[in-house]
Write a protein that binds this ligand. Sequence first.
Ligand code: ZN
Length: 277
Amino acid sequence: MKLGFNEATALECKGQSLLADLEMCEKYGFDYIEIRFDCIREYLKEHTLEELAAWFGSHHLKPWAYNTLIYFNQRDEAGEKEIDEEVDFILKVSKAIGMKMLITVPAFDVKDKTVGEIKEEAVKRLRYLADKVGKDMKISLEFCGAPNCSINQFGTAYDVVKAVDRGNVGITVDTFHFHEMCSRLEDLRAADGKKIFAYHLNDCEDLPLGSCGDDKRLWPGEGVVDHAGIAAALKEIGFDGVCTIEEFRPAYYEMPHEENVKKAAEVTRDFVKKYFG
Ligand code: ZN
């Protein structure tokens, strides 16, 4: 299992930037980084994709995924055009730096749509996007554990991915999201391990289910997420990819940038050792 860092983890730390994250991730032994949509845009104000490609070419750390193509489904015509433009940008970045995946999240607050209608439309949209990115680029669907997210449980997201039936479309398991909307371990155990494209690691405060925002995330092991259950299920289905820490906690943003990344590396390494050996 490789170690990954999602830029959300240190996003608001003083001195944070894509370059600062790269340097610290390299220093503390991460294998991969998930690059955020806002961080890459900020980087490109003063740097070029060629510079970024050269950085990755001369370091151990590699780009894992683009995070995130926001709200791929249930969009109007203007919204779908925005998605197309964003995907064009992602493809340009990915080709330049050798990144092979984008993560996408579903729309929120789609009133009066049944789960069946949502699934059907999501399948259509993901097939369209899978064709657009081409088979060398993967798309990972990340369900969000909020009551008002259109796809908010593992089982629903997996049904969509299965129906899409493309080799380059899979799913992200974010442990916070898995916990928050009571996704079922039996659904995870029944999944194909090769369809798990990303594994987002974090924990969650002991608050009523479905009530937490991302700011209630904790370092893994400090909350109430059933990590033993999720990790055992992932092992059982043969998942062996990248375990990526992803936090959004204001208190962690108060830490000096380097301390944040250092701590993130320690907890991710300890977690992987404990559950995956
Ligand atoms: Zn996530």
